[in-house]
Design a protein around this ligand. Structure first.
Ligand code: GAP
Length: 501
């Protein structure tokens, strides 16, 4: 197993052991693509959402909030293009009944010298080329062929010809000819609203929160004092029937998004400037929660890979253990959505610009981020194993802003009532402000290790100097393990500065 694969497995195991993330419905064998968040997971998740809301909405004059319903009139999804266009190409294996995304199934001919001796198929991954070459070597051996084996030239299944597809073996069974032609598979979950279960009652679980914002554009405009340029922000659940949910919570079927639709004037020259500004704003926000530039990258979508609504899109990527992948998409959506909703609803969604004395449909810049994907990035960036005094230590180096537990409070000894009473009092005071834990069980070193693994940035210990001496408390830093003594008031000021910058 590669080092990076094993890191991911260690993170998944830690998430379960310490109560961050569980597989949904585990006692019944689970359900693929769905997850539950445990006691530490919900705190981490809430802190990420709060940090985003604080910086993107509360501390800005030009962004307001919204919380729209998950199920909306299905006309919204017809107008937005999701009913016809929100699909991925899917391919089935007739034998094993396994299903793959055709653009993530890579295949190529195995050539020994001039002769093609068969085809291999592998699932998209960082190591798919090595995997394909190894299978090709195996094929050459089994068929006892002589000559030079060429590296396999891989292409996605949906980009090869129908004749070539007949030669591709199923990744599940190795059988040639059992894969179907790619078909478009719509990813929206359907449900029925009301007592009747027929075509007229079909509704969809939203696959993005964005459409709730577009549908409320006029309401927000009419009820507030917003002026273009301005944004509407929303945090909420989204659902996609992903063909191949994978990489833990990276791609799941139920997830949460934090999206902003930032409405700008329609001039041709305007959008690149706003687009660039939003990329910079979002990168600096990531840094404020501990995802610095060394973890991140940028990927500009080529024109032919843009979503149906976008005129440009830049992804902010994160270096996950399974490869560098999209964390957030920042799209320039033009006026596609508002124009479509105006056309299909028959209601004017124009904006009157007082300064320009002009009526227009604003264009949109859309920074769109997944809560769960951010949480996974935060976990991967924080995970570390080091050594303290010869002992291996697993530590989550969360930024204090998002850490699920901010402080562990410890009396030095549990059998000294004056230490316990003082530590409990301090715990009571700190818990009014932050999520802190009290722990009096076991040696102090053990207690530090427990909060290190939960990612608490600080530990404070009440000892005899606290109750009989100068009243000071020991503060221990998770990352350096250095300790210093502070008065209670100094401690509060220190924590305030670190946790709530
Ligand atoms: N409104 C635009 C939109 O939804 P997207 O690129 O499809 O664009 C935006 O999704 C973000 O939502 C992604 O960058 C990712 O962080 C998150 N996301 C999308 N699909 C996801 C899934 N299946 N599981 C977890 N997060 C997902």
């Amino acid at each position: 197993m590669s080092k990076e694969n094993s890191k991911m497995e260690e993170i998944v195991a830690l998430c379960k052991r310490r109560g961050f993330i569980f597989q949904s419905s585990e006692i019944y064998g689970g359900i693929n693509g769905f997850f539950d968040y445990g006691p530490l997971g919900v705190e981490l998740r809430k802190n990420i959402k709060d940090a985003w809301w604080e910086d993107m909405v509360r501390r800005r004059d030009d962004v307001v909030g919204l919380d729209s319903s998950i199920i909306m009139n299905p006309e919204i999804w017809r107008s937005s293009g999701h009913v016809d266009g929100f699909s991925d190409p899917m391919v089935d294996c007739r034998e094993s009944k396994m299903r793959y995304r055709a653009d993530q199934l890579f295949c190529g001919p195995v050539a020994v010298g001039e002769e093609t001796i068969g085809w291999v198929a592998v699932l998209e991954s960082e190591v798919m080329q090595e995997e394909a070459n190894a299978r090709a070597l195996e094929m050459k051996r089994t068929q006892s062929k002589q000559g030079d084996l060429l590296p396999v030239s891989l292409r996605p299944f949906d980009e090869i010809s129908s004749e070539e597809r007949l030669l591709v073996p199923s990744p599940a069974t190795g059988e040639v000819g059992s894969l179907t032609e790619p078909r478009e598979f719509n990813m929206m979950f359907e449900t029925n609203v009301g007592a009747l279960r027929d075509a007229s009652s079909v509704c969809y679980l939203r696959p993005e929160t964005a459409q709730g914002i577009f549908a409320n554009f006029k309401n927000v405009l009419d009820s507030g004092r917003v002026k273009v340029p301005f944004g509407i922000a929303q945090i909420g659940k989204a659902f996609r029937n992903e063909i191949t949910p994978r990489n833990f919570i990276f791609r799941s079927r139920e997830f949460e998004q934090m999206e902003i639709e930032y409405f700008i004037p329609p001039d041709k020259e305007a959008w690149p400037k706003y687009h660039r500004e939003w990329i910079a704003t979002r990168k600096s926000w990531f840094s404020s929660i501990g995802l610095t530039d060394s973890h991140l990258g940028e990927e500009v979508h080529p024109k032919e890979k843009l979503a149906h609504y976008a005129r440009a899109c830049t992804d902010i990527t994160f270096k996950f253990p399974f490869g560098e992948q999209e964390l957030e998409g920042i799209a320039a959506r033009g006026d596609f959505d508002l124009s479509r909703h105006q056309e299909c609803s028959g209601k004017s969604l124009e904006y009157f610009d007082e300064e320009r004395k002009e009526r227009y449909i604003p264009h949109v810049i859309e920074p769109s981020l997944g809560v769960d994907r951010t949480l996974l990035a935060v976990l991967c960036a924080a995970y570390d194993v080091d050594e303290i005094e010869g002992d291996k230590r697993t530590v989550l180096r969360f930024h204090p802003r998002v850490a699920p537990v901010k402080v562990g409070v410890f009396p030095l000894l549990k059998n000294k009532p004056q230490l316990v009473e003082r530590a409990r009092k301090l715990h009571e005071r700190l818990r009014r402000r932050w999520n802190v834990v009290y722990d009096q069980g076991g040696a102090i070193g053990r207690r530090y290790r427990r909060i290190d693994e939960a990612g608490a940035p600080f530990g404070v210990t009440v000892d005899f100097d606290t109750v009989e001496g100068d009243g000071s408390i020991t503060l221990r830093d998770r990352d350096t393990t250095m300790q210093k003594r502070l008065s209670e008031e100094e401690l509060i000021a220190f924590l305030e500065e670190k946790i709530n910058p």
